[in-house]
Design a protein around this ligand. Structure first.
Ligand code: FEO
Ligand code: CA
Ligand code: CA
Ligand code: CA
Length: 561
């Protein structure tokens, strides 16, 4: 379906029909709806006083820089290799970011969590994979150790002073979670014989829980320890990983591919088995009135699925049921060994169903989707938006955004309506949507992820889009419903992890894998962020300026407590 501007406005128009009830507690990946126990609403009066302002977007560019629309500035908060303490440094390829202030009355001092998804061996371990046909066989243990250190996540205290966010070096909260951190298993039986797993990797997107911990999602885990695969006779074999870490650390693939929770206070972590095992892009939580939680999570692989977990106990990510979406018929199908005969006959217990969730989902008739990535809940309507980034073998090069309306707006409903909200492509000026975020006024921000090997190439269908970018779709005013490019990424990079500070004055954003197509270290394709080392470095930036403040605050959705 092509994009239809009127449709967006009518979807907003719903907000004008008297009082729109906002979720009782809405906090999700990249959403900035202020956590509240009250209800948000846009009243008729409010709609009549909406303030319009001009927004000058950027044209597509292939410049090796972080290019910003008028009204925006940026500074680098932290980049790969920066010291966070006497013993630790910031990891590689930062993705999801989020920020929790220590004190709700002071939005300028708190903890930043950052995911580190994977490493570029050329820079991290001085390993040139291109020299070998089977690179994983040639790494040394020392190189693997360096790589394991630079994935996972970082907790770091940051403070804003005179308009600039700075790391508080050596704050006792500062720590790394990485490929070697012991992490407990939140499940009643061990996973491949262990109740404690060593390390996390492939940490892509995530969210803050209603109880103020971080969720970090293990996405392309098979790149690090491989995967266990089963043939028709149910015989298991090991598929080797790209990075070859299993050559030195014999950890089972089943220990990875989970949603991981990290406590910012002390860095303790746990893997949530009940949410299933697959390439988790993200996890978006919604807390129901009775404090049970609903967790939406997506499997970013061609033809994989969209899932949701509904807890049966308040605040639990263990007790409850995992469902997978049949988007054709609008049904959530229970991945429940006890009640589903087809699961009983194919798996030995619920633990195996969760470990092999992809196979279980297919047996139940889950819908194959085009690489579902980020998920956000609209703070005004409660609709759920899911980016489907692309599916090249199926001819979907530009992706789309799926809109889900749960039956009667109930997040624990077992039926729903799904439709395409917006399609990528030349007509709409963007391709391969990935991360989403709603700001305080309900404007929708979208980052794109065209792969480094396809961008700006004459023989690929991405030429006209130039570099990956951040777009915004304003909700109100003269620009309502337009898709406006506001930030363009450096060469080969992807912008990830958009997160607004609690006062709406800063947009934290990750610049991931600049210069990723570099072949010769001495001649990199990018040198962003242009520091003294003159090499490309992933970094988290703070974007500030008039435009961020206007977007967030001029038409801020009111939240009553
Ligand atoms: Fe890590 Fe699906 O992006
Ligand atoms: Ca998000
Ligand atoms: Ca992503
Ligand atoms: Ca992606």
């Amino acid at each position: 379906m092509s994009y239809n501007r009127r449709k967006f406005i009518s979807f907003m128009g719903k907000a004008g029909l008297g009082t729109v009830v906002m979720p009782q507690f809405l906090i999700s990946c990249g959403s900035t709806a202020t956590p509240t126990n009250g209800f948000g609403q846009i009243s008729k009066e409010k709609l009549s006083t909406l303030k319009a302002f001009d927004l000058m977007g950027l044209s597509a560019t292939n410049k090796d820089d972080l290019v910003l629309a008028n009204g925006l500035d940026y500074h680098t908060v932290i980049k790969w290799g920066d010291k966070i303490s006497d013993t630790d440094t910031f990891g590689f390829n930062n993705d999801f970011t989020c920020f929790i202030p220590f004190d709700d009355n002071n939005p300028k001092d708190g903890l930043l969590w950052v995911n580190h998804e994977y490493v570029n061996p050329l820079y991290v371990s001085d390993f040139d994979a291109k020299k070998y046909e089977n690179p994983s066989e040639h790494r040394t243990k020392e190189q693997v150790d360096k790589e394991m250190y630079d994935v996972g996540g970082t907790i770091v205290r940051i403070k804003e002073e005179n308009g600039a966010w700075k790391v508080v070096e050596n704050d006792p909260h500062n720590r790394r979670i990485n490929g070697k951190t012991p992490i407990s298993v939140n499940w009643d039986s061990p996973i491949k014989g262990k109740s404690t797993i060593i390390g996390t990797n492939s940490n892509c997107s995530g969210c803050i829980t209603p109880w103020k911990t971080f969720l970090t999602c293990e996405e392309n885990y098979d790149g690090f320890f491989g995967e266990t695969e089963y043939d028709e006779a149910k015989v298991a074999t090991h598929r080797n990983s790209y990075y070859g870490w299993e050559n030195f650390y014999n950890y089972p693939p089943e220990h990875y591919g989970w949603v991981v929770e990290v406590d910012p206070k002390d860095g303790t972590a746990q893997k949530h088995i009940a949410l299933g095992r697959f390439a988790h892009e993200c996890c978006t939580l919604y807390e129901l009135e009775d404090k049970r939680v609903v967790a939406y999570t997506a499997d970013d692989k061609n033809d994989e699925h969209l899932y949701k977990f509904i807890s049966s106990k308040p605040g639990s990510l263990k007790k409850g049921t995992l469902y997978v979406a049949d988007t054709i018929n609008g049904i959530w199908l229970a991945l429940d060994w006890k009640t589903q005969a087809v699961l009983k006959s194919n798996f030995k217990d619920q633990t195996e169903v969760l470990i092999r969730a992809r196979e279980a989902a297919k047996l139940l008739g889950a819908t194959a989707l085009n690489r579902p990535e980020d998920i956000e809940i609209d703070p005004v309507t409660g609709n759920i938006f899911v980016t489907l980034t692309n599916n090249k073998p199926k001819g979907d090069y530009h992706g789309s955004i799926l809109k889900i309306e749960e039956n009667n707006g109930a997040f624990d409903a077992l039926s729903f309506k799904a439709e395409t909200y917006l399609a990528g492509g030349d007509e709409n000026g963007f391709s391969c949507p990935d991360n989403l975020a709603f700001d305080m006024s309900g404007n929708l921000w979208i980052t794109t992820d065209m792969s480094g090997s396809s961008m700006n190439k004459e023989d690929k269908p991405y030429m006209s889009f130039k570099n990956n970018s951040l777009f915004v779709i304003p909700r109100f005013g003269a620009d309502a419903g337009k898709i406006i490019r506001v930030v363009s990424a450096p060469t080969d990079a992807e912008l990830t992890g958009p997160w607004f500070s609690p006062d709406g004055k800063t947009l934290f954003l990750s610049v991931q894998h600049p210069g990723e197509q570099t072949v010769d270290k001495n001649n990199p394709t990018s040198t962003w962020p242009f520091d003294a080392d003159n090499i490309p470095k992933p970094a988290v930036v703070a974007i500030t300026g008039d435009l961020i403040e206007k977007m967030n605050l001029l038409n801020r959705i009111e939240v009553n407590s």
